[in-house]
Design a protein. Structure first.
Length: 160
């Protein structure tokens, strides 16, 4: 079942790249006591994700944070090395935290998996965005084939 507004974020350890290499971060540490925009993508370095989705959040990070958001985080079913390299390629700096869900544990626990086995890509994450306040989902948008509902512009609108 897909996570929905009012649900608590599953307690999972994710990975993020640091200057010392991959490091773990729990969803409890990421979300508790904070307002977070979490957006998920099918894969690092994929066309729409790299050309439009991540750049939109980087471009609008200040406007999003001005609406009371503590953290903007991007998650994908990739390893921390790939997410770190993609973050550098996208010039995310400290605007967007790049999270690796290498074994799709979070993705599956949240019911957001996308089966791309037939296309040779394995199990991936659906394209989604959610507003999470103190570990509880306030709103969630899921796209199918586009990125309109999960764009940075839509997140700004959803924040009010």
């Amino acid at each position: 079942m897909t996570i929905k507004a009012g649900d608590k974020i599953p307690s999972i350890e994710l990975k993020t790249m640091t200057s010392d290499g991959p490091d773990g971060i729990t969803t409890d540490d990421l979300f508790n006591g904070k307002k977070v925009i979490l957006f998920g993508l099918p894969g690092a370095f994929t066309p729409t994700c790299s050309a439009k989705h991540v750049p939109g959040y980087v471009q609008h990070a200040d406007a999003i944070k001005a609406k009371g958001v503590d953290t903007i985080a991007c998650i994908s079913v990739n390893d921390a090395f790939v997410m770190g390299a993609w973050g550098k390629d996208q010039n995310v700096g400290n605007k967007v935290m790049m999270l690796a869900d290498g074994s799709a544990e979070f993705t599956k626990a949240a019911g957001l998996e996308l089966d791309l086995v037939a296309r040779g890509m394995g199990v991936r994450c659906q394209r989604f965005s959610m507003i999470v306040d103190n570990g509880v989902v306030q709103s969630i948008n899921i796209d199918e084939g586009t990125f309109d509902k999960t764009s940075a512009e839509q997140a700004i609108s959803d924040l009010g």
